[in-house]
Design a protein around this ligand. Structure first.
Ligand code: NAP
Length: 285
C-alpha cells in the first residue's frame, strides 16, 4: 500500500520557512517582496485561485496587489498593465492569471513581461533557461512536483520517469526538471500509442493530462512513484485526478492524493518564486 506524498505537509513546511526568511529580512532591511496579480474578466474559478493566492501571500508576509481588468479588454490594455508593473520597483513578481479571454493575445502579453518578475515561469526567456539547464524562474507546478519528491527523499537519478502531458505550463517543464536531475525521461501525449505498456515501465509517473481517472491502477508498475497533477471537477464539490487513485494506491510505493497533493505545492512555489525574484532584485539594487 502506497505512502502519501502530502502536499499539505510539504506546502506548510515551505510556507513556514519563507515566512521566517521574509520576517528576518523585514527586520534587518525594512523591505518585503511584492506580487502583482493581473486578473482579466470574471471567470469564477480564476477569481477563487486569485483570492487564495492573495491569502497565501498575506500569510507569509508578501505584499500582494490585484489589478482587475474587464472581460472585454484589448491586448494593449493587458500589455499596459504588465508594463506598469514591470516599471514599479516595489513589484518583484507579476502573475497574469490564465486563461485570458479569447480576444487577448497571450503570446504578446507574456512577451511584455519582465523575465525577472515572471514568477509563473511562462516567458520564453525562463522556459529557455529551464530547457538549457540554467537557473531561472521555473513554472510553479513542476517545481512543486520535484519539491514533493525531494521532501520525501525519493531518488530521481537514473529512474525511468514517464510524464504524461506536454503543455508549457506543466508536462514539458516537469520532464525537463526530471531530466535535469538525471532521470531517464519519456513524454506521453494524446498521440502516444499503447499508453498502458509505457506506464507499466515507469518508475516515476507524472500524470498531467486533465482526463479523470484515465490512468488505471493495473497499468502501474509495482512500487512506482505516482504524481497526479490532474485536477478534474466532477460536480460542484468533487475533484479527481488523472489516476484511478484507489487502485493505483495498492500498487505504488508513493502517491499524491487529489486534492491535497500537487495543487497545494503550486501556491507554495508561487510564494517561493516571488521570494527568489525579490532576492534577485535586492541583489541588483
Ligand atoms: P493541457 O494544456 O490541456 O495539456 C494536456 C496534455 O495532456 C496535452 O499535452 C495532451 O496531449 C495530453 N493528453 C490529452 N489527452 C490525452 C490522452 N488521452 N492520453 C495522453 N495524453 C493526453 O493541460 P495542462 O495545463 O498541462 O494541465 C493538465 C492537468 O493538470 C489538468 O487537469 C489541469 O487542471 C491540471 N493542473 C493542475 C495544477 C495543479 O496545481 N495541481 C496546475 C496546472 C494544471 P497533446 O499535447 O497531444 O494535446
Amino acid at each position: 500500500m502506497a505512502q502519501i506524498l502530502d502536499g499539505k505537509i510539504v506546502g506548510a513546511h515551505v510556507r513556514a520557512e519563507l515566512a521566517d526568511k521574509i520576517a528576518k529580512h523585514r527586520e534587518s532591511h525594512g523591505t518585503e517582496p511584492g506580487l502583482t496579480v493581473i486578473l482579466v474578466g470574471d471567470d469564477p474559478a480564476s477569481a477563487i485561485y486569485v483570492a487564495s493566492k492573495e491569502k497565501a501571500c498575506h500569510e507569509v508576509g508578501i505584499r500582494s496587489h490585484t489589478v482587475r481588468l474587464a472581460q472585454t479588454v484589448r491586448t494593449d490594455d493587458v500589455v499596459m498593465a504588465v508594463e506598469k508593473a514591470n516599471q514599479d520597483p516595489t513589484v518583484d513578481g507579476i502573475l497574469v492569471q490564465m486563461p485570458l479571454p479569447p480576444q487577448v493575445d497571450t503570446t504578446r502579453v507574456l512577451a511584455a513581461l519582465d523575465p525577472t518578475k515572471d514568477v509563473d515561469g511562462l516567458t520564453t526567456y525562463n522556459q529557455g533557461l529551464l530547457a538549457g539547464g540554467l537557473p531561472g524562474l521555473y513554472p510553479c507546478t513542476p517545481k512543486g512536483v520535484l519539491r514533493l519528491l525531494d521532501y520525501y527523499g525519493i531518488p530521481v537519478r537514473g529512474q525511468r520517469a514517464l510524464v504524461l502531458g506536454r503543455s508549457t505550463l506543466v508536462g514539458r517543464p516537469v520532464g525537463l526538471l526530471l531530466l535535469g536531475r538525471d532521470a531517464t525521461v519519456t513524454w506521453g501525449h494524446s498521440q502516444t500509442r499503447d499508453l498502458p505498456a509505457l506506464v507499466s515501465e515507469a518508475e516515476i509517473l507524472v500524470a498531467a493530462i486533465g482526463r479523470p481517472g484515465l490512468i488505471q491502477g493495473d497499468w502501474i508498475r509495482r512500487e512506482a512513484v505516482v504524481v497526479d497533477v490532474g485536477i478534474n471537477r466532477q460536480g460542484p464539490k468533487k475533484v479527481v485526478g488523472d489516476v484511478d487513485f484507489l487502485a493505483a494506491k495498492s500498487r505504488a510505493s508513493w502517491i499524491t492524493p487529489v486534492p491535497g497533493g500537487v495543487g497545494l505545492m503550486t501556491v507554495a512555489m508561487l510564494l517561493e518564486n516571488t521570494w527568489q525574484a525579490f532576492v534577485h532584485h535586492d541583489d541588483a539594487r
